[in-house]
Design a protein around this ligand. Structure first.
Ligand code: PGA
Length: 256
């Protein structure tokens, strides 16, 4: 793997203060694997609390608004995430794209806003099962990369600084226990890299491309060893330290 592997837990709409012990245990493991970049994205309500509770891992949000402030009831802006202690934000997750009808242009605007606020971003892309069955997976994902990745002033510098990651998450593999075949992951990651190089020139090589979708202790080692896989975005298996730690271990050597 050319980059330091990035293992990110996405707690989605799970997590109350009773889960702080899990986050602390994950953080202790992060400290034991300095060659792995470990991060958690809890719900907004826990970002500040987790920031105070952990030392070794990154803490991020799962969405942000494209505007910095204003009359947008219920929304949270990128500067607010920074203010509460977040380092990064996940954007364009398929659950946001579906539940909140987020399209590529909105995801891109959010990514630009997040970079302006100083956050790292993880932009999610991925095809549906119908799109894969129709042989359109690569075209769909390439279109999402072109349309959703940051394009504003400063985007190129942020990419060159390693602040931008892409998560390839086939929609049919999320929360289903069905993992994409390693050869399909390798093919897709290569296609994404090609688009990144086209968008950002050689700085596009600095973008880590994570795989997401039913990653667990049993399949992490094989996925993380695959060509072009720079880490994992993990949902269900990030909710307990017991499930998440083997994934961190699979990404690193543990040699401090
Ligand atoms: P999962 O979710 O690991 O539960 O499949 C991954 C994600 O949606 O980021």
């Amino acid at each position: 793997m050319p980059h330091r592997p990035y293992i990110v837990g996405n707690w989605k709409m799970n997590g109350v203060r009773a889960m702080l012990a899990e986050a602390r245990a994950i953080d202790r493991a992060a400290a034991r694997y300095p060659d792995v970049q470990v991060a958690l994205a809890p719900p907004f309500t826990l970002i500040g609390t987790l920031r105070e509770a952990v030392t070794a891992m990154g803490i991020g949000g799962q969405d942000c608004h494209a505007q910095a402030k204003g009359a947008h009831t219920g929304d949270v802006s990128a500067p607010m995430l920074v203010d509460t202690g977040a380092d990064f934000v996940i954007l364009g997750h398929s659950e946001r794209r579906k539940d909140h009808a987020e399209g590529d242009a909105l995801v891109q605007a959010k990514a630009d806003a997040a970079l302006s606020a100083g956050l790292g971003v993880i932009v999610c892309v991925g095809e549906t099962l119908d799109e894969r069955d129709a042989g359109k997976a690569v075209a769909v994902v390439a279109g999402q990369v072109d349309g959703s990745l940051p394009a504003g002033e400063g985007a190129g510098d942020a990419v060159a600084a390693g602040k931008v990651s892409v998560a390839y998450e086939p929609v049919w593999a999320i929360g289903t226990g069905r993992v994409a075949a390693v050869e399909d992951v390798v093919t897709m990651h290569a296609a994404i890299r090609e688009r990144l190089l086209a968008l950002y020139g050689e700085a596009g090589a600095k973008v880590r491309i994570l795989y997401g979708g039913s990653v667990n202790a049993g399949n992490a080692a094989e996925l993380l060893a695959a060509e072009g896989v720079g880490g994992a975005l993990v949902g269900g298996a990030s909710l307990t330290a017991e499930a998440f730690l083997p994934i961190v271990a699979a990404a690193g050597t543990g040699e401090a």
